[in-house]
Design a binder for this molecule. Structure first.
Ligand code: MG
Ligand code: MG
Length: 256
């Protein structure tokens, strides 16, 4: 069942969303050569606590591994797609691309967003990967309107990515969001006709999150049982926003 939110609930989600924005906006400015991904984690954890929120990722269970995610951020560098773990040993260097994903729970409601940032001078192809991934999210957000269908979002991401010569990850998907971080429906970055294709209605809130590979779409999970990487070792980018469907159109809760 897809839970729809009323205006008061959307306002709470907005507050969570703006805190997530503030965290990512600050981290984006911190990203530089010589910074460790743990430096980002430390800054984020403080901002989330100062904002009176609970970090949504920390303690998140991994049923297949029987472990809980130990950090407030997922930081995924280069060939890491999602769910990378912050580390003091992971020092950013020029040419890297770093995806930062975080979520918070504030007053019972979740916000979830991700960005991919260049470190120093990156290759032309890496820049194009970042640009195409961001564009695919923006195009998909524009489809988040009452009367459209879920596949309008999924297909928009897929078409933009594939027409630019990149590939979408299939093993990880976007999701509904509200009082749970992951609610129905799943929001894949591709159209699978075997899935349901519900009509989008006012009050639905979706975390739309294209994960885009420069090379082949294949993925594998590292022995830490969290970090997803590209099978071919090529770069992957990730952007995400929490988006409410309203009578006035898409309301991106995770940016001002
Ligand atoms: Mg996320
Ligand atoms: Mg998400």
């Amino acid at each position: 069942m897809i839970v729809r939110k009323n205006q008061a609930e959307l306002e709470k989600m907005r507050a969570a969303g703006l805190l997530v924005f503030k965290v990512l906006d600050t981290l984006k400015k911190m990203v530089a050569e010589g910074v460790s991904t743990q430096d980002l984690e430390v800054a984020a954890e403080k901002m989330i606590a100062d904002g009176g929120a609970r970090a949504a990722f920390k303690g998140y269970p991994n049923p297949s591994a029987g472990t809980k995610f130990p950090y407030v951020l997922c930081v995924s560098v280069n060939d890491e797609i999602v769910h990378g773990m912050p580390s003091q040993k992971k020092i950013l260097k020029s040419g890297d691309i770093v995806s930062i994903d975080t979520g918070v729970q504030l007053n019972g409601y979740y916000g979830d967003s991700a960005i991919t940032v260049a470190v120093g001078q990156i290759s032309e192809e890496a820049q194009r990967l970042i640009d195409v991934t961001r564009e695919s999210l923006e195009l998909a957000i524009d489809k988040a309107r009452p009367g459209n269908r879920l596949f309008d979002i999924c297909g928009t991401v897929e078409r933009h990515v594939t027409s630019n010569g990149f590939t979408v990850v299939r093993e990880f998907v976007g999701h509904g969001i509200g009082t749970q971080m992951h609610e129905e429906p799943q929001v894949p970055n591709y159209v699978d006709r075997r899935n349901e294709n519900p009509r989008l209605k006012e009050g639905m809130v979706l975390a739309i999150e294209p994960m885009v590979n420069a090379g082949s779409p294949g993925t594998r999970v590292k022995p830490d049982q969290w970090t997803a990487v590209t099978e071919d070792g090529k770069y992957s980018a990730h952007f995400e926003h929490t988006v409410a469907i309203t009578a006035d159109g898409p309301w991106v809760l995770t940016r001002p």
